[in-house]
Design a binder for this molecule. Sequence first.
Ligand code: FAD
Length: 404
Amino acid sequence: MTRTLVVVGHGMAGHRLAEEVLTGDRDGGWRVVVLAEEPRPAYDRVALSSLLDGATPGDLGLAGRDFLTDPRLELRLGTTVTDVDRQARTVTCSDGARVGYDALVLATGSRPFVPPVPGHGLPGCFVYRTVEDIAAIRAAAVPGLDAVVIGGGLLGLEAAGGLRALGMRPHVVEMAPRLMALQVDEGGGRVLAGAVEELGVRVHCGAVLRSVDAGADGRVRGVTLDDGTVVEAPLVVFSAGVRPRDDLAGPLGLARGERGGFLVDDRCRTRDERVWAVGECAAVQGRCHGMAAPGYRMAESVAGQLLRGDGPPFPGADTSARLKLLGVEVASFGDAHTRTEGAMEFIRDDLESGTYAKVVLAPDGRTLLGGVLAGDARSYPALRALVGLELSASPDQLLRSGHE
Ligand SMILES: Cc1cc2nc3c(=O)[nH]c(=O)nc-3n(C[C@H](O)[C@H](O)[C@H](O)COP(=O)(O)OP(=O)(O)OC[C@H]3O[C@@H](n4cnc5c(N)ncnc54)[C@H](O)[C@@H]3O)c2cc1C
Protein backbone atom coordinates (compact mmCIF):
# COMPACT_ATOMS: atom_id res chain seq x y z
CA MET A 1 0.00 0.00 0.00
CA THR A 2 1.29 3.46 -0.89
CA ARG A 3 1.99 5.72 2.06
CA THR A 4 2.09 9.52 1.99
CA LEU A 5 5.13 11.51 3.09
CA VAL A 6 4.42 15.20 3.63
CA VAL A 7 7.45 17.51 3.61
CA VAL A 8 6.90 21.04 4.93
CA GLY A 9 9.31 23.40 3.17
CA HIS A 10 11.12 22.98 -0.13
CA GLY A 11 14.49 24.44 0.82
CA MET A 12 17.87 22.75 0.67
CA ALA A 13 17.20 20.06 3.30
CA GLY A 14 13.57 19.41 2.33
CA HIS A 15 14.60 18.94 -1.28
CA ARG A 16 17.42 16.54 -0.40
CA LEU A 17 14.98 14.47 1.63
CA ALA A 18 12.30 14.31 -1.08
CA GLU A 19 14.92 13.49 -3.71
CA GLU A 20 16.49 10.72 -1.61
CA VAL A 21 13.11 9.12 -0.92
CA LEU A 22 11.98 9.22 -4.56
CA THR A 23 15.32 7.91 -5.82
CA GLY A 24 15.60 5.15 -3.23
CA ASP A 25 11.97 4.01 -3.28
CA ARG A 26 12.21 1.29 -5.91
CA ASP A 27 8.86 -0.40 -5.20
CA GLY A 28 6.70 2.74 -5.16
CA GLY A 29 5.96 2.58 -1.45
CA TRP A 30 5.82 6.36 -1.02
CA ARG A 31 3.91 9.26 -2.50
CA VAL A 32 5.64 12.52 -1.63
CA VAL A 33 3.76 15.79 -1.09
CA VAL A 34 6.01 18.83 -0.70
CA LEU A 35 4.36 22.00 0.62
CA ALA A 36 6.51 24.99 -0.19
CA GLU A 37 5.97 28.55 0.95
CA GLU A 38 8.30 30.09 -1.63
CA PRO A 39 7.02 30.64 -5.17
CA ARG A 40 9.74 28.52 -6.79
CA PRO A 41 11.18 25.01 -6.32
CA ALA A 42 14.21 24.57 -4.06
CA TYR A 43 17.34 26.47 -5.03
CA ASP A 44 20.92 26.71 -3.86
CA ARG A 45 20.60 29.32 -1.14
CA VAL A 46 24.35 29.12 -0.50
CA ALA A 47 24.87 30.61 -3.97
CA LEU A 48 22.28 33.37 -3.51
CA SER A 49 24.81 36.19 -3.91
CA SER A 50 25.67 34.97 -7.41
CA LEU A 51 22.35 36.57 -8.44
CA LEU A 52 24.18 39.88 -8.09
CA ASP A 53 26.93 38.60 -10.31
CA GLY A 54 25.01 37.61 -13.41
CA ALA A 55 23.34 34.35 -12.33
CA THR A 56 19.59 33.92 -12.72
CA PRO A 57 17.24 32.16 -10.26
CA GLY A 58 17.03 29.32 -12.81
CA ASP A 59 20.79 28.78 -12.54
CA LEU A 60 20.39 28.10 -8.83
CA GLY A 61 17.60 25.51 -9.12
CA LEU A 62 18.22 22.21 -7.31
CA ALA A 63 15.26 20.27 -8.66
CA GLY A 64 15.95 18.67 -12.03
CA ARG A 65 13.38 17.73 -14.64
CA ASP A 66 13.23 14.09 -13.51
CA PHE A 67 12.35 15.19 -10.01
CA LEU A 68 9.74 17.76 -11.01
CA THR A 69 7.96 15.43 -13.43
CA ASP A 70 8.01 12.37 -11.17
CA PRO A 71 4.38 11.18 -10.97
CA ARG A 72 4.91 10.16 -7.32
CA LEU A 73 5.64 13.80 -6.42
CA GLU A 74 3.15 16.55 -5.70
CA LEU A 75 4.90 19.90 -5.23
CA ARG A 76 2.65 22.76 -4.15
CA LEU A 77 4.44 26.09 -4.43
CA GLY A 78 3.32 29.24 -2.63
CA THR A 79 1.71 27.07 0.03
CA THR A 80 2.38 27.66 3.72
CA VAL A 81 1.46 25.03 6.29
CA THR A 82 -0.39 26.80 9.09
CA ASP A 83 -1.60 23.95 11.28
CA VAL A 84 -1.06 20.28 12.03
CA ASP A 85 -3.43 17.82 13.67
CA ARG A 86 -1.33 14.92 14.94
CA GLN A 87 -4.35 12.85 15.98
CA ALA A 88 -6.00 13.10 12.56
CA ARG A 89 -2.56 13.07 10.87
CA THR A 90 -3.35 16.03 8.64
CA VAL A 91 -1.70 19.34 7.87
CA THR A 92 -3.64 22.46 6.96
CA CYS A 93 -2.34 24.84 4.31
CA SER A 94 -2.74 28.60 3.92
CA ASP A 95 -5.37 28.04 1.19
CA GLY A 96 -7.44 25.92 3.58
CA ALA A 97 -6.51 22.60 1.93
CA ARG A 98 -5.88 19.63 4.20
CA VAL A 99 -3.37 16.93 3.40
CA GLY A 100 -3.16 13.62 5.23
CA TYR A 101 0.18 12.01 6.05
CA ASP A 102 1.68 8.75 7.19
CA ALA A 103 5.01 10.47 7.80
CA LEU A 104 5.61 14.18 8.28
CA VAL A 105 8.98 15.91 7.89
CA LEU A 106 9.37 19.53 8.96
CA ALA A 107 12.03 21.30 6.88
CA THR A 108 11.07 24.92 7.50
CA GLY A 109 14.58 26.39 7.80
CA SER A 110 15.24 29.66 9.60
CA ARG A 111 14.20 33.28 9.40
CA PRO A 112 16.65 36.16 9.65
CA PHE A 113 16.72 37.80 13.06
CA VAL A 114 15.89 41.50 12.93
CA PRO A 115 16.76 43.31 16.18
CA PRO A 116 13.67 45.14 17.38
CA VAL A 117 15.25 48.61 17.35
CA PRO A 118 13.15 51.66 16.47
CA GLY A 119 12.71 51.94 12.71
CA HIS A 120 13.66 48.33 11.89
CA GLY A 121 10.61 47.95 9.63
CA LEU A 122 10.98 51.16 7.59
CA PRO A 123 10.92 51.01 3.79
CA GLY A 124 14.56 50.57 2.81
CA CYS A 125 15.22 47.82 5.39
CA PHE A 126 15.87 44.33 4.02
CA VAL A 127 16.97 40.84 4.97
CA TYR A 128 19.16 38.53 2.86
CA ARG A 129 17.62 35.07 2.65
CA THR A 130 15.58 34.47 -0.50
CA VAL A 131 15.62 35.18 -4.22
CA GLU A 132 12.90 37.78 -3.59
CA ASP A 133 15.04 39.52 -0.92
CA ILE A 134 17.90 39.86 -3.39
CA ALA A 135 15.57 41.19 -6.09
CA ALA A 136 14.18 43.77 -3.64
CA ILE A 137 17.67 44.88 -2.60
CA ARG A 138 18.73 45.19 -6.23
CA ALA A 139 15.68 47.33 -6.99
CA ALA A 140 16.36 49.63 -4.02
CA ALA A 141 20.14 49.98 -4.50
CA VAL A 142 21.46 53.45 -5.32
CA PRO A 143 24.97 53.23 -6.79
CA GLY A 144 27.42 55.68 -5.25
CA LEU A 145 25.57 55.99 -1.93
CA ASP A 146 26.36 54.38 1.42
CA ALA A 147 24.48 51.30 2.63
CA VAL A 148 24.52 49.62 6.04
CA VAL A 149 24.76 45.93 6.88
CA ILE A 150 23.86 45.01 10.44
CA GLY A 151 25.98 41.98 11.35
CA GLY A 152 29.61 41.23 10.55
CA GLY A 153 29.37 37.46 10.39
CA LEU A 154 29.69 35.30 7.32
CA LEU A 155 26.35 36.35 5.87
CA GLY A 156 26.82 40.02 6.72
CA LEU A 157 30.09 40.12 4.81
CA GLU A 158 28.44 38.33 1.94
CA ALA A 159 25.67 40.93 1.94
CA ALA A 160 28.29 43.71 2.00
CA GLY A 161 29.92 42.11 -1.03
CA GLY A 162 26.53 42.04 -2.74
CA LEU A 163 25.92 45.73 -2.05
CA ARG A 164 29.38 46.55 -3.32
CA ALA A 165 28.61 44.64 -6.52
CA LEU A 166 25.56 46.90 -6.87
CA GLY A 167 27.82 49.94 -6.72
CA MET A 168 26.97 50.95 -3.14
CA ARG A 169 29.47 51.78 -0.38
CA PRO A 170 28.74 49.35 2.42
CA HIS A 171 29.28 49.87 6.14
CA VAL A 172 29.29 46.75 8.32
CA VAL A 173 28.09 47.17 11.91
CA GLU A 174 29.12 44.34 14.24
CA MET A 175 28.41 44.11 17.95
CA ALA A 176 31.35 41.76 18.66
CA PRO A 177 34.87 43.19 18.83
CA ARG A 178 35.79 41.60 15.48
CA LEU A 179 34.32 40.37 12.22
CA MET A 180 33.29 36.71 11.91
CA ALA A 181 33.75 36.26 15.65
CA LEU A 182 32.43 32.70 15.54
CA GLN A 183 35.02 31.51 13.06
CA VAL A 184 38.17 33.53 13.62
CA ASP A 185 40.24 34.79 16.55
CA GLU A 186 41.41 38.35 17.21
CA GLY A 187 44.37 38.21 14.80
CA GLY A 188 42.28 36.69 12.01
CA GLY A 189 39.56 39.28 12.58
CA ARG A 190 42.09 42.12 12.37
CA VAL A 191 43.51 40.89 9.06
CA LEU A 192 40.02 40.32 7.69
CA ALA A 193 38.85 43.81 8.71
CA GLY A 194 41.98 45.38 7.17
CA ALA A 195 41.53 43.57 3.87
CA VAL A 196 37.82 44.33 3.74
CA GLU A 197 38.39 48.03 4.48
CA GLU A 198 40.90 48.20 1.65
CA LEU A 199 38.05 47.21 -0.62
CA GLY A 200 36.07 50.23 0.51
CA VAL A 201 33.88 48.56 3.14
CA ARG A 202 33.70 50.57 6.38
CA VAL A 203 33.87 48.29 9.41
CA HIS A 204 32.32 49.30 12.77
CA CYS A 205 33.13 46.58 15.31
CA GLY A 206 32.02 46.68 18.95
CA ALA A 207 29.14 48.84 17.72
CA VAL A 208 25.50 48.45 18.65
CA LEU A 209 22.65 49.68 16.46
CA ARG A 210 20.46 52.13 18.37
CA SER A 211 17.94 53.03 15.67
CA VAL A 212 17.14 53.08 11.99
CA ASP A 213 16.14 56.65 11.18
CA ALA A 214 13.50 57.90 8.76
CA GLY A 215 13.75 60.81 6.36
CA ALA A 216 10.92 63.23 5.56
CA ASP A 217 9.64 60.74 2.94
CA GLY A 218 9.19 58.06 5.62
CA ARG A 219 11.96 55.90 4.14
CA VAL A 220 15.30 54.95 5.69
CA ARG A 221 17.65 57.91 5.89
CA GLY A 222 20.39 56.22 7.93
CA VAL A 223 21.23 54.55 11.22
CA THR A 224 22.39 55.75 14.61
CA LEU A 225 24.80 53.65 16.65
CA ASP A 226 25.02 53.48 20.43
CA ASP A 227 28.11 55.72 20.57
CA GLY A 228 26.18 58.43 18.68
CA THR A 229 27.74 57.71 15.26
CA VAL A 230 25.29 58.44 12.46
CA VAL A 231 25.65 56.77 9.07
CA GLU A 232 23.59 58.37 6.32
CA ALA A 233 22.34 55.61 4.02
CA PRO A 234 19.09 54.86 2.19
CA LEU A 235 19.42 51.09 2.50
CA VAL A 236 19.89 48.78 5.50
CA VAL A 237 20.35 45.00 5.35
CA PHE A 238 19.86 42.99 8.54
CA SER A 239 22.16 40.01 8.74
CA ALA A 240 22.32 39.57 12.48
CA GLY A 241 21.82 35.83 12.71
CA VAL A 242 18.89 33.52 12.14
CA ARG A 243 16.20 31.88 14.26
CA PRO A 244 14.75 28.45 13.51
CA ARG A 245 11.24 28.54 12.05
CA ASP A 246 9.59 26.37 14.66
CA ASP A 247 6.16 28.08 14.82
CA LEU A 248 4.46 24.75 14.14
CA ALA A 249 5.80 23.30 17.41
CA GLY A 250 2.81 24.93 19.19
CA PRO A 251 0.05 23.38 17.06
CA LEU A 252 1.97 20.09 16.99
CA GLY A 253 2.32 20.08 20.76
CA LEU A 254 6.00 19.22 20.34
CA ALA A 255 8.98 20.44 22.34
CA ARG A 256 11.48 23.05 21.21
CA GLY A 257 15.20 23.10 21.91
CA GLU A 258 16.50 25.57 24.46
CA ARG A 259 17.41 28.04 21.70
CA GLY A 260 14.45 27.13 19.52
CA GLY A 261 13.99 24.54 16.79
CA PHE A 262 11.96 21.34 16.80
CA LEU A 263 13.55 19.10 19.42
CA VAL A 264 14.58 15.79 17.82
CA ASP A 265 16.80 12.84 18.70
CA ASP A 266 19.98 11.82 16.87
CA ARG A 267 17.85 10.35 14.07
CA CYS A 268 15.95 13.64 13.70
CA ARG A 269 12.77 12.17 15.14
CA THR A 270 10.45 14.09 17.44
CA ARG A 271 8.70 12.29 20.27
CA ASP A 272 5.94 11.50 17.75
CA GLU A 273 7.31 8.55 15.77
CA ARG A 274 5.64 9.79 12.58
CA VAL A 275 7.15 13.29 12.74
CA TRP A 276 10.76 14.30 11.95
CA ALA A 277 12.58 17.62 11.48
CA VAL A 278 15.61 18.25 9.24
CA GLY A 279 17.80 21.22 8.36
CA GLU A 280 18.07 24.51 10.22
CA CYS A 281 14.69 24.10 11.96
CA ALA A 282 15.82 20.91 13.74
CA ALA A 283 17.34 21.05 17.21
CA VAL A 284 19.17 17.71 17.05
CA GLN A 285 19.60 16.63 20.65
CA GLY A 286 18.97 20.28 21.47
CA ARG A 287 21.34 21.89 18.96
CA CYS A 288 20.51 23.65 15.68
CA HIS A 289 22.95 23.70 12.77
CA GLY A 290 23.05 26.72 10.44
CA MET A 291 24.83 25.26 7.42
CA ALA A 292 23.74 23.26 4.40
CA ALA A 293 25.85 20.10 4.88
CA PRO A 294 24.44 19.11 8.31
CA GLY A 295 20.92 19.50 6.88
CA TYR A 296 21.84 17.09 4.08
CA ARG A 297 23.12 14.52 6.59
CA MET A 298 19.83 14.84 8.53
CA ALA A 299 17.80 14.39 5.33
CA GLU A 300 19.79 11.27 4.42
CA SER A 301 19.22 9.80 7.87
CA VAL A 302 15.45 10.33 7.70
CA ALA A 303 15.24 9.01 4.12
CA GLY A 304 16.97 5.84 5.31
CA GLN A 305 14.46 5.42 8.10
CA LEU A 306 11.52 5.90 5.73
CA LEU A 307 12.89 3.54 3.09
CA ARG A 308 14.59 0.85 5.12
CA GLY A 309 13.30 1.33 8.63
CA ASP A 310 16.69 2.62 9.76
CA GLY A 311 19.10 5.37 8.81
CA PRO A 312 22.47 6.45 10.12
CA PRO A 313 22.33 8.70 13.17
CA PHE A 314 23.18 12.34 12.51
CA PRO A 315 26.97 12.34 12.81
CA GLY A 316 27.23 15.89 14.18
CA ALA A 317 28.62 18.80 12.23
CA ASP A 318 32.14 19.80 11.38
CA THR A 319 32.28 23.57 11.67
CA SER A 320 35.50 23.85 9.67
CA ALA A 321 35.21 26.27 6.79
CA ARG A 322 37.26 27.90 4.07
CA LEU A 323 35.58 30.96 2.66
CA LYS A 324 36.31 33.68 0.20
CA LEU A 325 34.49 36.77 1.34
CA LEU A 326 34.86 39.94 -0.66
CA GLY A 327 37.87 38.27 -2.24
CA VAL A 328 39.56 37.73 1.16
CA GLU A 329 40.42 34.15 2.08
CA VAL A 330 39.50 33.00 5.58
CA ALA A 331 39.57 29.53 7.09
CA SER A 332 38.99 28.10 10.51
CA PHE A 333 39.08 24.48 11.63
CA GLY A 334 39.03 22.31 14.74
CA ASP A 335 39.73 24.11 18.03
CA ALA A 336 40.14 27.50 16.34
CA HIS A 337 39.58 29.42 19.58
CA THR A 338 42.11 27.41 21.65
CA ARG A 339 39.50 26.13 24.09
CA THR A 340 41.36 22.90 24.94
CA GLU A 341 42.97 23.18 28.36
CA GLY A 342 46.73 23.52 28.17
CA ALA A 343 46.72 23.90 24.38
CA MET A 344 49.49 25.93 22.73
CA GLU A 345 49.37 28.38 19.86
CA PHE A 346 51.84 28.92 17.06
CA ILE A 347 51.13 32.21 15.28
CA ARG A 348 52.59 33.74 12.13
CA ASP A 349 51.34 37.28 11.73
CA ASP A 350 52.72 39.00 8.63
CA LEU A 351 51.73 42.65 8.65
CA GLU A 352 53.43 43.35 5.33
CA SER A 353 51.52 40.76 3.33
CA GLY A 354 48.36 41.12 5.42
CA THR A 355 48.23 37.44 6.30
CA TYR A 356 47.67 35.70 9.62
CA ALA A 357 47.97 32.04 10.52
CA LYS A 358 47.52 30.26 13.83
CA VAL A 359 47.82 26.58 14.58
CA VAL A 360 46.63 25.20 17.90
CA LEU A 361 48.58 22.27 19.34
CA ALA A 362 47.65 19.88 22.16
CA PRO A 363 49.59 20.16 25.45
CA ASP A 364 51.98 17.50 24.06
CA GLY A 365 53.13 20.16 21.55
CA ARG A 366 52.77 17.73 18.64
CA THR A 367 49.10 16.94 18.04
CA LEU A 368 47.24 19.42 15.83
CA LEU A 369 43.94 20.59 17.31
CA GLY A 370 42.88 23.38 14.95
CA GLY A 371 43.70 26.77 13.55
CA VAL A 372 42.78 30.02 11.86
CA LEU A 373 44.02 31.38 8.53
CA ALA A 374 43.27 34.83 7.15
CA GLY A 375 44.44 36.55 3.98
CA ASP A 376 45.88 33.29 2.61
CA ALA A 377 44.23 29.93 3.23
CA ARG A 378 46.16 27.74 0.82
CA SER A 379 47.43 25.49 3.62
CA TYR A 380 43.87 24.79 4.83
CA PRO A 381 43.33 21.41 3.08
CA ALA A 382 46.65 20.02 4.33
CA LEU A 383 46.17 21.30 7.87
CA ARG A 384 42.56 20.26 8.22
CA ALA A 385 43.43 16.71 7.21
CA LEU A 386 45.95 16.58 10.06
CA VAL A 387 43.59 17.56 12.91
CA GLY A 388 43.88 14.98 15.69
CA LEU A 389 47.18 13.64 14.34
CA GLU A 390 50.75 14.03 15.51
CA LEU A 391 52.63 16.44 13.29
CA SER A 392 55.64 15.19 11.39
CA ALA A 393 56.84 18.71 10.52
CA SER A 394 57.14 21.96 12.43
CA PRO A 395 54.08 24.25 12.49
CA ASP A 396 56.00 26.74 10.36
CA GLN A 397 56.71 24.15 7.67
CA LEU A 398 53.08 23.07 7.77
CA LEU A 399 51.84 26.61 7.27
CA ARG A 400 53.90 26.74 4.10
CA SER A 401 52.43 23.50 2.76
CA GLY A 402 50.00 23.97 -0.09
CA HIS A 403 51.81 27.14 -1.18
CA GLU A 404 54.00 25.49 -3.78
C1 FAD B 1 23.27 34.35 1.47
C2 FAD B 1 23.47 33.02 2.14
C3 FAD B 1 24.71 32.38 2.03
C4 FAD B 1 24.92 31.15 2.66
N1 FAD B 1 26.15 30.57 2.55
C5 FAD B 1 26.34 29.35 3.08
C6 FAD B 1 27.59 28.67 2.92
O1 FAD B 1 28.53 29.21 2.34
N2 FAD B 1 27.70 27.41 3.43
C7 FAD B 1 26.66 26.78 4.07
O2 FAD B 1 26.79 25.63 4.48
N3 FAD B 1 25.48 27.42 4.28
C8 FAD B 1 25.29 28.68 3.81
N4 FAD B 1 24.09 29.31 3.99
C9 FAD B 1 23.07 28.64 4.83
C10 FAD B 1 22.29 27.63 4.01
O3 FAD B 1 21.69 28.27 2.92
C11 FAD B 1 21.22 27.01 4.92
O4 FAD B 1 21.89 26.31 5.95
C12 FAD B 1 20.30 26.05 4.18
O5 FAD B 1 19.59 26.71 3.17
C13 FAD B 1 19.30 25.43 5.19
O6 FAD B 1 18.42 24.59 4.50
P1 FAD B 1 16.97 24.33 5.09
O7 FAD B 1 16.28 23.46 4.10
O8 FAD B 1 17.06 23.91 6.49
O9 FAD B 1 16.27 25.77 5.10
P2 FAD B 1 15.87 26.68 3.87
O10 FAD B 1 16.80 26.47 2.73
O11 FAD B 1 15.72 28.06 4.42
O12 FAD B 1 14.44 26.14 3.44
C14 FAD B 1 13.32 26.19 4.26
C15 FAD B 1 12.10 26.41 3.37
O13 FAD B 1 10.93 26.15 4.11
C16 FAD B 1 9.94 27.11 3.77
N5 FAD B 1 8.95 27.17 4.85
C17 FAD B 1 9.13 27.65 6.11
N6 FAD B 1 7.98 27.50 6.83
C18 FAD B 1 7.08 26.91 6.02
C19 FAD B 1 5.73 26.51 6.19
N7 FAD B 1 5.09 26.65 7.36
N8 FAD B 1 5.07 25.96 5.13
C20 FAD B 1 5.73 25.76 3.93
N9 FAD B 1 7.01 26.13 3.73
C21 FAD B 1 7.68 26.70 4.75
C22 FAD B 1 10.76 28.38 3.59
O14 FAD B 1 10.05 29.35 2.85
C23 FAD B 1 11.99 27.82 2.84
O15 FAD B 1 11.76 27.80 1.46
C24 FAD B 1 23.86 30.54 3.39
C25 FAD B 1 22.62 31.18 3.50
C26 FAD B 1 22.42 32.41 2.89
C27 FAD B 1 21.09 33.09 3.03
